[in-house]
Design a protein around this ligand. Sequence first.
Ligand SMILES: Nc1ncnc2c1ncn2[C@@H]1O[C@H](COP(=O)(O)OP(=O)(O)OP(=O)(O)O)[C@@H](O)[C@H]1O
Ligand SMILES: [Mg+2]
Length: 249
Amino acid sequence: MSLLECRGLTRAWGAFRAVDGVDLDLAEREICAVIGPNGAGKSTLFAMIAGNLRKSAGTVRFDGEEVSQLSAPALASRGVARSFQITAICPGLTALENVRLGVQARQPLRWRPFGGSAAMREGETRALHWLERLSLADRAQTPAGELAHGDQRLLEVAVALAQEPRLLILDEPTQGMSVEETRRTVDLLHGVMAEAATAVLLVEHDLDVVFALAPRIVVLHRGRKIADGPAAQVRADDAVQQAYLGGLD
Ligand SMILES: Nc1ncnc2c1ncn2[C@@H]1O[C@H](COP(=O)(O)OP(=O)(O)OP(=O)(O)O)[C@@H](O)[C@H]1O
Ligand SMILES: [Mg+2]
């Protein structure tokens, strides 16, 4: 059984179909990149899977359960974590406090008169762990809004991982980064994705990043899936070459 099963996912605005009948299966712990030209529908697809956007048609099953109508918080509590293309952290909170929010998204703090403080400490330890793994431990007490752009993006990944997701959705984690920052981020992501034991859906424009991180690639073009398979095979695909070289436009 697949962890994620999308069938016929469609999102239309008026007559325009931003995502058009996409089927997508993902196995437990599978890492898959979704690529495609600007406007292909990648973020829209991810928003529907994560419960941030209403579907015009189609269904999503997660871990054997029909979840098409669930909200993003309901999906988060089942193990779907998403980072956004636009950085979505709380700028006034410290880096550590942001990651604590991630820990709580999966396991909300309850009123536990005899276990509360132990749970708090454990949450703090877990949050610090992910900050460390993303090389941010020395900035734990820095307000997130004061971090460099690249560090803010890494913080977002730490927040997502702190949710202990079973499916991690990353929308352009290296967007706006320098070549050096991108290289460092790929190394860090490589390590944490292996450790976190989560399936990953990744949108990324930088094809070097895609090939470094994802054994499988799905290609969207004008809302439709035009290729899906092992990275080397997709790379050699004629339709993919044309979509990227503008041949289909
Ligand atoms: N709220 C909206 N209302 C109308 N059209 C929208 C809306 N959101 C997205 N679109 C359109 O849907 C199409 C797909 O957008 P989407 O953001 O999913 O593309 P993308 O593949 O993520 O592109 P990029 O690589 O630039 O991030 C685009 O043509 C976009 O203009
Ligand atoms: Mg996008």
